[in-house]
Write a protein of this length. Sequence first.
Length: 355
Amino acid sequence: MHTPRTLLATVITALTLSGALVFAQTPDSTSIPTATLPGAAEGEAPALRGRLNGSIVTVNPVGGISGLNLPALQWRTLRSADSGLSAVVSLSPPDADGQVAFVTPRGLMGRNFAVYRTTSTGEELLFEGNGDPLWDHAIAPLALAPLGGRVAFVTQPAAKQRGFHPLSAGPLGLWEPARGTLRELQVMAAGERPAWFPDGQRLVYSAPASASAPGQPATSASVHLLEVDSGSDRLLAVGHSPLVSTDGATVLVTQGRQFDLILVDVANGVQRRIPRHHGLGTPIALWDSRYLIYTGRPTPSAPQGQTKHNSNLVGPKPMLALKVMDLDTGEFATLVPLIDPRNSVTAFGHALPTR
């Protein structure tokens, strides 16, 4: 396994002011514009917004991280944008305290990476590794445990650290905050984000597809449940991109070429297909096995927009919306009307929703 270099575990005190939490502050970046939230007249159910208790975080270029508290819909700043800090390549879902872990380039020409965690007074350097996090795909998006501070991640195999190779699969590793060390979990995982259960002791990861026999087509990727301390590992479902519900009872997985969404009961394995209604695009979080947070197409009569500061080769892209859908009733509502599709967005529920 590729082991990142010396663990520094150093608190970066110089960022205390710029990284302090500022509640009820609207980010000043055009990547997170303000707009009127659609209501019942647009076919939405605004009451859904009050049933969520947690936070949503998003990259706020350049170098910033902003959080949105639910159900208050108040913005806060975890890391100030345009303040001379390094760019944020990817970030984890927030933990129960609303903090996140994130990846930035490091070293000459950014050919190494560093993993930080935000704190109430700034940010803390956890560990470093070899390879450019953007071009070399040195490390997949992180998973920060809701409790306990553990960080799970997949890294590029050592032989491919500097070759501009896609991160299709690599060793699954773990940052242990109590010891300030990294350890291997002795499994190969697909190059995507793992997902923690609420207890911070179990996680799910995608096992890469593999050929069953010479000349035979590759098997499908599969989602496994791993007991981190014991090493017990079991198949949960066929699929990839797992998302654990805040109650730990179900896991949402993606299957097949049509990217079907399947809700899997952890206890008995029963599966339920989730229809892609109301512009459902990319799932972000699942509250209480019922309320799905996702990015997708804006409601037709809701605010629309185009991205700014675009590449001359690509041009502007349609802005997305951040929404919630009740999987039991089919009702939905917009949480953030305009989201830049180029920015990473993650979320986590602090507690069960109010019914």
